[in-house]
Design a protein around this ligand. Structure first.
Ligand code: BGC
Length: 257
């Protein structure tokens, strides 16, 4: 019997969930994607989360990624979701709505956890930078496999402004950029990260990582740059694992008490 968990990836345009084997990171069900309600206020998003939990009949620890800085379950920023999230305890909102114990973390951090544990960054020493290219640009930093949470390197300022709206996956679609044109912006972005942080490896995730052969070969960097093994499912896998771990830690602590 696989050890199962459940992950939900809350994004600016879609909310996706699936059951995950938390020993391997593999999804054991189809992934269900529902549109993010607009405006993406907490109550409306919680309703979609409940719908996903009910669809899969899930009972157990629930992992939720969120596209923002998340500290102790509380959203601290809101770049691509409704501003009313700032200061909202995501774990409390989703916990009340679903009746399940909830772990909420930044979406790129969760994706990176899956890649470090089972994927493209497994056993890689030194600094690994996961970059997710979707509605926004998410980043996760790992040093010798340990997460340094809540980096926001998607918003570094280059050429006079926040670079996220120039280089994200959404920017490519919005401006209908050719792969070559988009890759020139990515080159500017990854070169800046490399200059500042000198990673050993970049792992590129987000929906567009499925088509990595179109743009990764165009980038020239000293560090290796590879697509995420779990592509756009890394966040679901990573957060399901993190929620299962948090539940195990809580149960050990209560046994000791
Ligand atoms: C947010 C990050 C998030 C990323 C990907 C950015 O706009 O600031 O917290 O990880 O989008 O969703």
């Amino acid at each position: 019997m696989p050890n199962l968990g459940f992950g939900i990836d809350i994004g600016g345009s879609g909310i996706k969930g699936a059951v995950v084997d938390v020993e391997t990171g593999l999804l054991t069900t189809e992934r269900l994607k529902l549109p993010t309600p607009q405006p993406s206020v907490p109550d409306a998003v919680a309703k979609v989360v409940v719908e996903l939990v009910q669809h899969f009949g899930w009972q157990g620890p629930l992992g939720c990624t969120f596209p923002a800085v998340v500290q102790n379950g509380v959203a601290r920023t809101a770049a691509n979701v409704d501003q009313s999230w700032i200061g909202t305890n995501i774990e409390a909102v989703m916990g009340t709505a679903t009746g399940l114990p909830v772990t909420a973390v930044n979406d790129a951090d969760a994706a990176g956890v899956a890649e470090v544990k089972w994927g493209a960054a497994k056993d890689v020493e030194g600094l690994v930078i996961m970059v997710t290219l979707g509605t926004g640009i998410g980043t996760a930093l790992f040093y010798n496999g340990t997460l340094i949470p809540n980096s926001e390197l998607g918003h570094i300022e280059l050429d006079g402004g926040d670079y996220e709206p120039k280089a994200s996956g959404a920017a490519r679609e919005r401006e209908q950029l050719s792969w070559e044109k988009w890759a020139r912006r990515l080159q500017r972005y990854f070169s800046a990260l490399e200059f500042l942080l000198r990673p050993t490896l970049f792992v590129v995730g987000g929906g567009v990582s499925r088509r990595s052969e179109k743009f990764l070969p165009l980038l020239v960097l000293d560090a290796r740059i590879v697509p995420a093994k779990f592509q756009n499912e890394a966040g679901i896998a990573g957060v399901a694992f993190m929620a299962a771990e948090a539940a195990a830690t809580r149960s050990k602590a209560s046994q000791r008490a």
